[in-house]
Design a protein around this ligand. Structure first.
Ligand code: PLP
Length: 382
């Protein structure tokens, strides 16, 4: 029996425990907990890594988005367009400003659909919040063009996309602001909640800083009402360690796993894979997730479970507009079809090549021998 869980929460500590214990001892013995130098170092590293002017550590990405929405002056009476195939936090960050989240469809790569954005623009539209989903950056040149033509703000939910690029530019740096998550299962993890909000706009940076620090500026002077949403210095110290390994040991491993899935599963008419790692020079994807569309999805997921392989329907199998509790009325053809077909396969750096090959063996076996794909039929005829 295989034992390939969907995610391995112990892995990062097990793998790097001696270095992490040192960091823990160092930070605690210095008594450096809130707004300390490890946080500043990490913010500087993120600025350099993304080529962005300002980065402010926050308690989580949801807060980062919400602070960005508030700092941008979005509020009651405004509409903000977002892709419904996302985590509810995207829409919640809009909702809590008093503005109305307006869900739109996604396309074949599961990022926001450009035509749907155009159709959703009304006289009340104030902003677009694209989601850089599964580690892939949406077509940001089209989105920035639409925003210019219609005088709209762009705030990027980049929770899943640290280091993802579109035409050489990093996710989170196209619009007025972008936010990232360091939740333990995200591409760059910490050991609890953590996030970062980034901007190239100096005024926006000052507003974001004050909003996350009780309304105070860097000199401790009150600028207005604010909240408390700071990234813990201890988490920042761990993140400082992980960001140094990020490209070589995390992103490249994820892209490698994606290339195995691609090689082993492509060509099956029952399977719609995400874009391959090197399929398009305009996109550099970091593969936060490997989200596939499968015919017979429910049967396949059961078969994988029976064979000791974990998989996940992102966000409990529903897009945001499909939760009636949230009171959104929308018909989004691609998303509505896709949510009956989508499934996340294991994608994390604890996997070895053998694990990924076993997963592919099982999926191929399922379609050839249990469902009987057109491939299998052909082979039988020959
Ligand atoms: C994880 C996630 C968030 C929320 O991040 P937190 O740090 O947990 O607040 C927001 N949007 C998307 C798309 C996410 O995947």
């Amino acid at each position: 029996m295989n034992n390939i869980p969907f995610f391995n929460y112990q892995y990062f500590y097990q793998q790097y425990s001696s270095q992490l214990n040192k960091i823990f001892n160092d930070v605690l013995s210095r008594g450096a907990f809130i707004l300390q130098r490890d946080l500043e170092e990490f913010e500087d590293k993120v600025c350099e890594y993304l080529n962005v002017k300002h980065a402010i550590g926050v308690a989580n990405c949801t807060d980062g988005l919400q602070l960005a929405v508030l700092a941008a002056g979005i509020g009651p009476g405004d509409e903000v367009i977002f892709p419904s195939h996302t985590f509810v936090a995207t829409a919640a960050s809009i909702h809590y400003s008093g503005a109305t989240p307006v869900p739109v469809d996604c396309g074949e790569d599961h990022t926001i659909n450009i035509e749907s954005i155009k159709q959703a623009i009304s006289s009340r539209t104030k902003a677009i919040m694209p989601v850089q989903l599964n580690g892939r950056t949406a077509k940001m040149d089209s989105i920035m063009e639409i925003s210019k033509q219609n005088n709209l703000i762009v705030i990027e939910d980049s929770a899943q996309a640290l280091g993802s690029k579109y035409k050489g530019q990093s996710a989170g740096t196209f619009g007025l602001a972008g936010a990232f998550s360091f939740y333990p299962a995200k591409v760059l993890p910490c050991f609890g909640d953590g996030g970062m909000v980034v901007t190239n706009d100096d005024v926006m940076a000052e507003k974001l800083y004050a909003l996350h620090e009780h309304g105070r500026n860097k000199e401790g002077q009150m600028t207005g009402w604010g909240m408390n949403s700071r990234l813990d210095n201890l988490q920042a110290a761990f993140l400082n360690f992980f960001i140094n390994l990020y490209d070589d040991q995390i992103v490249s491993k994820r892209r490698h796993i994606a290339s195995i899935y691609q090689d082993r599963l492509q060509g099956n008419p029952h399977i719609h894979l995400p874009p391959a790692p090197n399929s398009n020079a305009e996109h550099f994807d970091v593969f936060q997730n490997y989200e596939v569309e499968f015919d017979f999805r429910d049967e396949l997921q059961q078969y994988l479970t029976d064979n000791g392989i974990g998989s996940l329907r992102q966000w409990n199998g529903k897009a945001v507009h499909q939760w009636q509790e949230l009171g959104m009325n929308a018909s989004l053809p691609y998303t509505d079809k896709m949510t009956n077909r989508y499934l996340l396969l294991p994608m994390n750096i604890s996997l070895c090549d053998d694990d990924v090959n076993i997963i592919c063996d099982k999926i191929n076996h399922f379609y050839e021998h249990i469902i009987g794909s057109s491939h299998a039929c052909k082979e039988e005829v020959v």
